[in-house]
Design a protein around this ligand. Structure first.
Ligand SMILES: Nc1ncnc2c1ncn2[C@@H]1O[C@H](COP(=O)(O)OP(=O)(O)OP(=O)(O)O)[C@@H](O)[C@H]1O
Ligand SMILES: [Mg+2]
Length: 353
C-alpha cells in the first residue's frame, strides 16, 4: 500500500513560541522528500507532528484520504528511524526486527520469516542472533532500518539517521535507504542538515528556514534555479550583487550595481526579473579576465589555491566578491580585472519586499 502525505497550513508552538508557521507540504505516493535546513529550523518538529508526538495549533495532516490530525500516535502506523537507534538491548537482531510484527499480532512463524527476509535485505543475515551491544554503529543502524521497514508502513520517516556514522558508511547507507525505499515503493520523509545527502537521495527537497519552507523542488532545480536569495546562498551562490536596470543596450540590458559600475547582460542569456534585482553568482560563475572589459571592474585581492582553480577575493565598486580564475594563469594581487558573469553559474533574483 502506498499513500501520499499532505500537510495543509500547519502551525506548531512550543508553549507560546511559534516554531512552524503555515507549513504546507505534499509528498506523493512512493516519493522521498527531504527536509533540509540548519539547526532549529523545525525539521524534527515537522516529523513529530506527523508521527503524532505533538499536536499542531492549526492546520491538518492527512495520509492519503485519512485525516491524522487528531489520531493518537500509536494508531498512525508510521515507520520511524532516528539518529539514536533505540534498539532493545536484551533482544537479538531477529527479535528486534520482529518486535513490531509481534505488537501487531503476527504469528511467530510468520514474523520470523518476515524478519529474516528483511534482515537479509539489509545484509545482516549472518548476525541475526547477535545482540545490539555486539554490533558496529552501522550494523545497528541497519537493524533500526529493517525494524522500521518490516512492518511495511505506508510512510517512513527518518530523522538524521546517519549522523552517527563515519563518512564512508554514511554514503553506503544512504544508497541502501534509497534502494529499499524505492523497492518497497514507500512514501518517505527524510530529515538532514547535510545538503549532499539530501540532494543525492531525494526526489524533491524542501529547504527550510525558521519554520517555513523557502523552496520545494527537485535537487536539480534547487541547484540551478533557486527561487530566492536564501536558497541561492544555501546552494552556493556566494556572491549576491544588488543591481538596477538603467538602460536598454541593443541586445542587452544595462544594469548598474552599487558603487556605480555598469554591466551589460545579454537578453538571450539572462532573464532580468524586474527593475531592481540581485545577481547571484557562484565563485566559478564570475570569470576573472585580466584588464578592463565587458564585466564588473575589479582589483584582485587575496588569492587561494583550490586544486581545481585559483580563488580571488576581488574588490569591486559594490564590495568584495569571490571569483575563480584558471589554474593555467595565477594572477597577482592588485591586478585590474573584469569579472564576467557566466549565465549557467549565475541567476538573477527578484528583490524581496
Ligand atoms: N520541547 C521543546 N520545547 C521548547 N522548544 C522546543 C522544543 N523542541 C524544540 N524546540 C524549539 O523549536 C525549534 C525547532 O526545533 P526542531 O527540533 O524542530 O529543530 P531541527 O530543525 O530538528 O534542528 P536540528 O537540526 O538541530 O535537529 C528550535 O528553536 C527549538 O529550540
Ligand atoms: Mg532535529
Amino acid at each position: 500500500m502506498t499513500v501520499s502525505l499532505t500537510l495543509d497550513n500547519v502551525s506548531a508552538h512550543y508553549g507560546s513560541t511559534k516554531v512552524l508557521e503555515d507549513l504546507s507540504l505534499h509528498v506523493g505516493e512512493g516519493e522521498l522528500v527531504s527536509l533540509l535546513g540548519s539547526s532549529g529550523c523545525g525539521k524534527t518538529t515537522t516529523l513529530r507532528l506527523v508521527a503524532g508526538f505533538l499536536q499542531p495549533t492549526a492546520g491538518t495532516i492527512r495520509l492519503g484520504e485519512r485525516d491524522l490530525t487528531r489520531l493518537p500516535a500509536h494508531a498512525r502506523n508510521i515507520g520511524l528511524v532516528f539518529q539514536t537507534y533505540a534498539l532493545f538491548p536484551h533482544l537479538s537482531v531477529r527479535d528486534n526486527v520482529a518486535f513490531g510484527l509481534k505488537q501487531r499480532g503476527v504469528g511467530r512463524r510468520e514474523r520470523i520469516r518476515r524478519a529474516d527476509d528483511m534482515i537479509a535485505r539489509v545484509g545482516l543475515e549472518a548476525l541475526a542472533d547477535r545482540h545490539p551491544a555486539n554490533l558496529s554503529g552501522g550494523q545497528r543502524q541497519r537493524v533500526a532500518l529493517a525494524r522500521a521497514l518490516v512492518i511495511e508502513p505506508p510512510l517512513l520517516m527518518f530523522d538524521e539517521p546517519l549522523s552517527n556514522l563515519d563518512a564512508k558508511l554514511r554514503v553506503d547507507m544512504r544508497v541502501e535507504i534509497r534502494r529499499l525505499q524505492q523497492a518497497n515503493g514507500t512514501t518517505a520523509v527524510y530529515v538532514t542538515h547535510d545538503q549532499e545527502e539530501a540532494f543525492s537521495i531525494s526526489d524533491r527537497v524542501a529547504i527550510m528556514n525558521a519554520g517555513r519552507i523557502m523552496q520545494l523542488d527537485t535537487p536539480e532545480v534547487l541547484y540551478s534555479k533557486p527561487a530566492n536569495a536564501f536558497v541561492a546562498d544555501f546552494v552556493g551562490f556566494e556572491n549576491m550583487l544588488k543591481m538596477r536596470v538603467v538602460a536598454e543596450a541593443g541586445d542587452a540590458v544595462r544594469a548598474e550595481m552599487e558603487g556605480g559600475a555598469t554591466i551589460d547582460l545579454p537578453k538571450d542569456r539572462f532573464a532580468v526579473p524586474g527593475r531592481d534585482f540581485l545577481l547571484a553568482a557562484r565563485p566559478e560563475g564570475l570569470l576573472v579576465v585580466e584588464g578592463a572589459g565587458a564585466g564588473i571592474p575589479a582589483r584582485l585581492g587575496l588569492r587561494t589555491y583550490l586544486g581545481r582553480a585559483y580563488q580571488y577575493q576581488c574588490d569591486t565598486p559594490g564590495g568584495t566578491v569571490t571569483a575563480n580564475g584558471p589554474l593555467s594563469m595565477p594572477m597577482e594581487q592588485g591586478t585590474p580585472v573584469s569579472l564576467v558573469p557566466q549565465p549557467d553559474q549565475c541567476c538573477l533574483l527578484p528583490v524581496e519586499a
